[in-house]
Design a protein around this ligand. Structure first.
Ligand code: WTA
Length: 646
C-alpha cells in the first residue's frame, strides 16, 4: 500500500475546488461535454462567440477534431489587451537572468506595447496570417514577445529549443518552411555562452532552408556576431520607430497557433499542431485550477519555452489568466545549488512547477542549499515531464515545501496541449508517484496488448477515449501520420504511447513510454533519431539505441554500435561518437553508454529485437525471454558479457 497524503484542510478552505466540487464537475464534464466546455469557453474574450462547441470523430476513417469551430478570437488579445483595464500595471513577466544580479519586471501594459511593436515589425517584413516563424531563443522575454506577436497577426510560430544543434534546427525550419527566424546573438546558461546566431547561420547553410528571408537577432550578450545583409536584422533596430498600436486580428478558433516538434517512435520529429480557441481555453483553465491560481500569486514554471510546458504554462496559460509569470534564463546549479530557492525568495514565488530530474539533481546535494533560503512564499509545488519516484516526491514535499505545500504531479504531453491527469490540491488526496485522477473532460482507459479495455485495478497501455479542447489537431503537413501514430493502434481512441497502472482507488500511475521514445530528463528523444545520427558517422555500420535507468535523468541513452569492417572500438572512438551525436542532435541526446556490438540480435527477417537490447540495457540479462527466433542467438551472449551496466 502506498502512502496517502490527504488534502490539507487549511489549503482546501481557500482553494477554488474541494472534493465534492471535483466529483460533481467531473461527472458533468463527461456527461455533457458540450454544455461543460461551452460554459468554460466563456472564460475567454471572443470577437465572435462560438455556437458549435465540439465536432469530433476519433474514427480513423473520418478523423477530425474541432472545438468552438465557428467562434473567433485573438490569442494575444486574450493574453494582453483584455487585462489592460484592470491589470495594466500588474507585472506580467518577471525576468531572472543567468547572472543573479540581472532581473527585470514587465507590466501587462509594457508587454502589450512591445508585442504590438514586434507584430508591426513582422508585418513590415511581409509576414502575414498563416506564415511560419521559427523562434530559436534563450529564456528571455523577447521569446514570449515573438510568440505573442505571431499570434496577434495569425502567423504560426515554431519554437525550437535553444539547445538543439544546427542540423536539428535546419530540419525543423525546412519542415515548416519558415519565412523568418527570430534568435539572439548568444544565449547564456550557467555562465557559458551558447552561439545561437552562429547556429542559425550554420542551419541556413543546410539544404531545404531557403524559405527563410529574414533572421531577426536580439542582443542578449552583445557579443559581435556575423550579420549577413540584407538577411540579418537586429531586433532593436527593427523595433525603432514601429508603432505600439497594432489591432489584434480576429482569428477563427481553429486557426493554427503553433507547431512544436516532438520525437516519436519512428522517423523524424513530427510537427505537433495546436490551434487557437480550444488550446487557449484548455491551457488557461487547467493553469487556473491545477495551480489554484490567485490574483496575487507569483508563478514560476522552470521549463524552457522550447518545450510544450513553456508554451502552455510559462506563456499562454498564465498570461491568459492575467498572472505574473517568471521566466528564468539560468540553470538550477549556477552559481550554486541554491539558485532556485534564492530566486523564490527574491521574487516571492508562491507557485513553483519543475521536473523530477531537477529535484533528483538537487536532492543529491543535500538539504543545506535549500534550507539556506526561507521559501516562505511557496504555497504549492508542481512536477511534470516524467514519472516522479516516491523518494524524490517525499523530498520535494518535506525539504522544499516544509510539509506545508501540496504537490501536483501533472501528467500530459506535447500532443495534449495541457494537463490531463493531475491532483487538484484542495480536492484530491495525493500518493507519491501517482498523477492521481483525470482532469475535467478527460476519459482515460487502460487496455491490454490485444486492445481489451480493462476495468478496475489494472495495468496496460493508456488511452484517452474522447477529445478535450487542448488536443493537437494534426501533424503539420502530414495528417496521415497523425492518424497512423495516435488513432490506428486502438481505433476510436487516442493512444498516448504511455504505460499505466490504475490502482484500487482509481488512481493512475504512469509507468513510462511503451514505444521507442526515451524520456531523458523529461525530454523526449526518439531512439531512431539517435540511431540515424550514429550511422551517419563513417565508421559506424549499424546502431541500436534503447533507454536505460539513470539516477538523475530518469532514463539514459544506451547505444549498441557495430563498426564497419576493419574498425576497432577504442575509448577514443567512443568519445568521438558521443561528441558526434551531441553535434548532430544536441547535448540532450548525448549517449550515456556506448557498447561495441560485433553483431546485433536480429530476427531471420532482419529486424533488430529491441526487447532483448532493452533488457541488457536494464541489466536484466536473465529476463531476455525467448531468443530462439533470432537468426544468430550467439550474438546475445557477447552483448550480455560485455554489458556496461551491472
Ligand atoms: C512523460 C511534457 C509521468 C510521459 C509535458 C509523456 C510523465 C511524456 C509526466 C510527454 C508525469 C510527462 N508522470 N510521466 N507527471 N509528465 N510524462 O511531450 O511519458 O515532452 O508521454 O510533454 O512525458 O513528454 P512531452
Amino acid at each position: 500500500m502506498s502512502k496517502i497524503y490527504p488534502v490539507d484542510p487549511t489549503f482546501a478552505a481557500n482553494a477554488h475546488l474541494r472534493k465534492a466540487d471535483y466529483e460533481k464537475l467531473y461527472a458533468e464534464s463527461v456527461k455533457d461535454p458540450e454544455g461543460f466546455w461551452g460554459r468554460i469557453g466563456e472564460r475567454l474574450e471572443w470577437t465572435k462567440k462560438p455556437s458549435r462547441i465540439r465536432d469530433v470523430s476519433f474514427d480513423p476513417r473520418d478523423l477530425h477534431i474541432r472545438w468552438y469551430d465557428d467562434g473567433e478570437l485573438n490569442v494575444s488579445a486574450n493574453c494582453l489587451d483584455r487585462h489592460l483595464a484592470t491589470r495594466g500595471d500588474k507585472t506580467a513577466i518577471i525576468f531572472e537572468g543567468d547572472d543573479p544580479s540581472e532581473s527585470r519586471r514587465i507590466s501587462y501594459r509594457e508587454l502589450h506595447a512591445e508585442v504590438c511593436k514586434f507584430a508591426n515589425t513582422l508585418k513590415h517584413l511581409g509576414v502575414g496570417k498563416g506564415d511560419r516563424v521559427a523562434i530559436y531563443m534563450p529564456m528571455i522575454p523577447e521569446a514570449a514577445v515573438a510568440m505573442l506577436a505571431c499570434a496577434r497577426i495569425g502567423a504560426i510560430h515554431s519554437v525550437v529549443f535553444g539547445g538543439f544543434s544546427p542540423d536539428s534546427l535546419a530540419g525543423r525550419i525546412a519542415d515548416s518552411t519558415a519565412k523568418v527566424v527570430v534568435t539572439a546573438d548568444e544565449g547564456l546558461r550557467g555562465g557559458k555562452k551558447i552561439p545561437l546566431k552562429a547556429n542559425v547561420d550554420a542551419a541556413l547553410q543546410r539544404p531545404g532552408t531557403n524559405s527563410v528571408e529574414t533572421v531577426i537577432v536580439v542582443r542578449r550578450t552583445g557579443s559581435a556576431v556575423a550579420m549577413q545583409s540584407p538577411r540579418d536584422r537586429y531586433y532593436h533596430a527593427l523595433m525603432e520607430g514601429q508603432s505600439a498600436d497594432c489591432p489584434a486580428e480576429p482569428m477563427e478558433a481553429e486557426h493554427p497557433l503553433f507547431i512544436l516538434y516532438t520525437s516519436g517512435s519512428t522517423g523524424k520529429p513530427k510537427g505537433v499542431l495546436h490551434t487557437s480557441g480550444g488550446y487557449l481555453v484548455y491551457a488557461s483553465f487547467t493553469h487556473e485550477l491545477v495551480f489554484d491560481l490567485r490574483e496575487d500569486d507569483v508563478y514560476w514554471c522552470t521549463a524552457d519555452v522550447g518545450w510544450v510546458t513553456g508554451h502552455s504554462y510559462v506563456v499562454y496559460g498564465p498570461l491568459a489568466n492575467g498572472a505574473t509569470t517568471l521566466m528564468f534564463d539560468g540553470v538550477p546549479n549556477y552559481p550554486d545549488f541554491g539558485r532556485f530557492w534564492q530566486v523564490v525568495d527574491k521574487h516571492k514565488v508562491s507557485l513553483f512547477y519543475t521536473a523530477p530530474t531537477a529535484i533528483r539533481a538537487l536532492m543529491r546535494e543535500g538539504e543545506a542549499p535549500v534550507k539556506k533560503w526561507s521559501r516562505a512564499s511557496l504555497r504549492l509545488l508542481g512536477s511534470v515531464g516524467e514519472p516522479i519516484n516516491p523518494e524524490a516526491w517525499e523530498w520535494y514535499y518535506r525539504v522544499v515545501g516544509d510539509e506545508r505545500c501540496p504537490i501536483v504531479d501533472t501528467w500530459w504531453q506535447t500532443e495534449t496541449g495541457g494537463i490531463l491527469i493531475t491532483p487538484l490540491a484542495g480536492a484530491i488526496d495525493t500518493k507519491p508517484g501517482s498523477a492521481t485522477l483525470p482532469f475535467f473532460g478527460v476519459q482515460p482507459a487502460v487496455v491490454d496488448a490485444t486492445g481489451t479495455v480493462l476495468e478496475g485495478p489494472a495495468e496496460g497501455n493508456l488511452l484517452i477515449t474522447d477529445s478535450w479542447p487542448g488536443q493537437m489537431r494534426t501533424v503539420y503537413g502530414d495528417h496521415e501520420r497523425f492518424i497512423e501514430t495516435y488513432f490506428k493502434a486502438y481505433p476510436g481512441n487516442y493512444f498516448t504511447g504511455d504505460g499505466v497502472r490504475r490502482d484500487e482507488d482509481g488512481y493512475y500511475w504512469i509507468t513510462g513510454r511503451v514505444d521507442d521514445v526515451i524520456n531523458v530528463s523529461g525530454h523526449r528523444i526518439g531512439t531512431a533519431e539517435v540511431e540515424s545520427a550514429l550511422v551517419a558517422h563513417p565508421k559506424v555500420a549499424e546502431a541500436a539505441v534503447v533507454g536505460c535507468p539513470h539516477e538523475i535523468k530518469g532514463q539514459g541513452i544506451y547505444a549498441f554500435v557495430t563498426l564497419v569492417a576493419g574498425e576497432q572500438g577504442s575509448e577514443e572512438l567512443r568519445k568521438e561518437l558521443v561528441a558526434w551525436v551531441r553535434k548532430e542532435i544536441g547535448p540532450i541526446a548525448t549517449p550515456d553508454y556506448l557498447q561495441w556490438a560485433p553483431g546485433l540480435p536480429k530476427t531471420r527477417s532482419g529486424k533488430i529485437m529491441r526487447r532483448i537490447l532493452r533488457k541488457i540495457g536494464e541489466n536484466q540479462p536473465d529476463q531476455l525471454g525467448d531468443i530462439s527466433t533470432l537468426a544468430d542467438p550467439t550474438v546475445v551472449k557477447n552483448l550480455v558479457d560485455e554489458r556496461l551496466i551491472r
